[in-house]
Design a binder for this molecule. Sequence first.
Ligand code: DAH
Length: 346
Amino acid sequence: MIDELKKEIEGARRSFIHELESIQSPEQLAALKERCLSRKKGVVSQFLARLKGFVPAEKPLAGGAINQFKEFVETALAEAERTRGAAVAAKGEWLDPSLPASELPVGRFHLIADIQRQIEDIFLQLGYEIAAGPEVEREEYNFSKLNFPEHHPARDEQDTFFLEGHDDLLLRTHTSPMQVRYMLEHKPPLKIISPGKAFRKDDPDATHSPCFHQVEGLLVDRGIHFSHLKGTLEAFCRSFFGPDIVLRFRPGYFPFTEPSAEVDISCFMCGGDKADCRVCKGTGWLEILGSGMVHPQVLRNCGIDPEEYSGFAFGMGIERVAMLKYGVPDLRLLYENDLRLLGQFG
Ligand code: DAH
């Protein structure tokens, strides 16, 4: 009885192989699978149903032979599905190996990372080093050493994320504390930019986000004066926005610089000629950064003698620059990670 079963199994195996070889479509492959493995009427199930008829001594042998056949069929079918394009077959298409491969999506930098790199490249060419700093910062470095008075509104909990249980730790509200860190650890001459994230308790809208990016710049040496700042920012802006860009320095206020200046560039879109320009709104100017001469008290706070050294600093928002340069109308678009938007840049 066992010999008879084995012979039948061998017969079934041969006809299975034969059928498998002549398969022409995914439907045929599925049908063969059904014929062999379906629970109710499949060839394997029919063999298994006959197990009851075997005497106990022969049962394990018979069971073993059927299982071996079952495994053989399963493996061969799985292999056929794989090599003949099961994934495609499942959708009712048969794999055509002569077709060109499907295109692989190519990644690229996010717009913010891309702009950051462009800014870094320009300053690296001007001989600056890149110095990164922590996003969780000491209150002292974010405010006190930068000459923020005790009751400055920026120190308010309404504006700044303080760490729970740590009055002296916060999420830095700007990248300027990197000036402090760098000056405390290095002797002049110093020439760095420091890109990174900053955080403020702002409600998100078209121009605000509680997390954003800045690039800080700092240069300290003997005999540095305001014209060095102007020349540097002019070189940067012309390289970044275009060779014909004109800069305008307006008096400003920052606790850590004296004098301080807000810097505008002439509109790179219309050059100031179009009353309905969507970039400058007809004003001809775009505000792009804050800057100034490092306050003598800040130098002193960081162990540098202001009688011997002077320096300039500047800070700009990466999102703002990115939005201006690429005409992105809403800051939130930069954080939604919609590939239709991101795919246009970088
Ligand atoms: N930290 C300023 C801000 O977040 C930007 C800034 C202004 C940085 C003037 C500077 C500077 O280094 O000199 O608004």
